[in-house]
Write a protein that binds this ligand. Structure first.
Ligand code: DAH
Length: 342
């Protein structure tokens, strides 16, 4: 028995001195091998049963000693390894605050989207609903019902992409007016945003761009209502001082028709590079809905009247943000796009 005890002591000592790089886990496993419930030292205590009664006190003392010795030996090592592992952990998690920070790019909203959202916000505040019509449209909705029959010279105002004789890529969101009036009787107050297409491309024209159409139909609607609404729109979209000017114009679907100018918000109307020295910037077309258009939709023009307006969102964005070339809005250059924040 005495020999057995000495062997265990030696065994522990040899293992520990051979393996100085043990991890805390390995040390624990080794400790259990000796001091665990079924460990070798615990087995010694159980073996006491077989020791002659007269030898038991002496052997018992030896077993107690080796247990105490082993416990101390393991405890000391545990502390040492614990300390070593902790400092390794601290070293590996050390943060160098002088390193450049990791940068997470966040996206930004496209300026045309910003303008569309703002317009919808302004007009829905005035009670407008939103209707979105199809981009592939019938000639009927894009032209005929809007009082532009085949061969009408007004067709040349827009260089249209035809798909077949009857179908085209809509050249104006005005087509939405017809779709709305066909399905809803007055009072109507609707906004119709969307993409439109024209065979046109230069610094201020793009073959695909966005428009926002507005339509109000009810009893007793006049050009005055249009003017009042535009005043409010201009103040909210640009500045509180922005003024609205109507100039006579021609659109087949409105009578009278007007072109709407806003006083230049860059120079306050004095004249600058942006307004080409005139103090005014043309932003949209509008007018009183032509009787023929109401009739085409089954609305009695002797009972109801209305006004309509249509504007280009890219144009509004260019004016609002001082963008000189429309192509910047379509190139997707992040350096340009990230300048616009909600
Ligand atoms: N659709 C016209 C265009 O694209 C803009 C327009 C003018 C819309 C007058 C209207 C309007 O609703 O009344 O040039």
């Amino acid at each position: 028995m005495k020999e057995q005890i000495e062997n265990i002591r030696r065994e522990i000592e040899e293992t520990l001195s051979a393996r100085t790089d043990m991890t805390g886990k390995e040390l624990y496993a080794l400790k259990m091998e000796y001091l665990g419930k079924t460990g070798k030292i615990s087995a010694l205590s159980k073996g006491m049963r077989d020791v002659a009664p007269e030898d038991r006190p002496a052997v018992g003392k030896l077993v107690g000693e080796v247990r105490q010795w082993a416990e101390k030996r393991f405890a000391a090592l545990e502390e040492e390894i614990g300390r070593r592992e902790l400092s390794a952990k601290i070293a590996s998690e050390k943060i160098d605050v002088t390193m450049p920070a990791k940068f997470r790019e966040t996206g930004s909203v496209h300026p045309v989207t910003l303008v569309r959202r703002e317009l919808i916000d302004i007009f829905s505040g005035m009670g407008f609903d939103v209707f979105e019509g199809p981009e592939i449209e019938k000639d009927y909705y894009n032209f005929q019902a809007l009082n532009i029959p085949a061969d009408h010279p007004a067709r040349d105002m827009q260089d249209t992409f035809f798909i077949t004789e009857d179908f085209l890529l809509r050249s104006q969101t005005s087509s939405g007016q017809i779709r709305v009036m066909e399905n809803k009787k007055p009072p109507i107050k609707v906004l119709s945003p969307g993409r439109v297409y024209r065979s046109d491309s230069d610094a201020t024209h793009s073959p695909m761009f966005h428009q926002m159409e507005g339509l109000v139909v009810d009893k007793g609607i006049t050009l005055n209502d249009l003017k009042g609404m535009l005043d409010e729109f201009a103040r909210r979209m640009f500045t509180g001082e922005t003024k609205v000017r109507l100039r006579p114009s021609y659109f087949p679907f409105t009578e009278p028709s007007v072109e709407v100018d806003l006083s230049c918000s860059a120079c306050g109307g004095k004249g600058c590079r942006i307004c080409k020295g005139t103090g005014w910037i043309e932003v949209l077309g509008a007018g009183v809905v032509n009787r023929r258009v109401l009739e085409n939709c089954g609305i009695d023009p002797d009972v109801y009247t209305g006004f309509a307006f249509g504007m280009g969102l890219e144009r509004i964005a260019m004016i609002k943000y001082g963008i000189g070339d429309i192509r910047l809005l379509f190139e997707g250059d992040v350096r340009f796009l990230k300048q616009f924040k909600d």
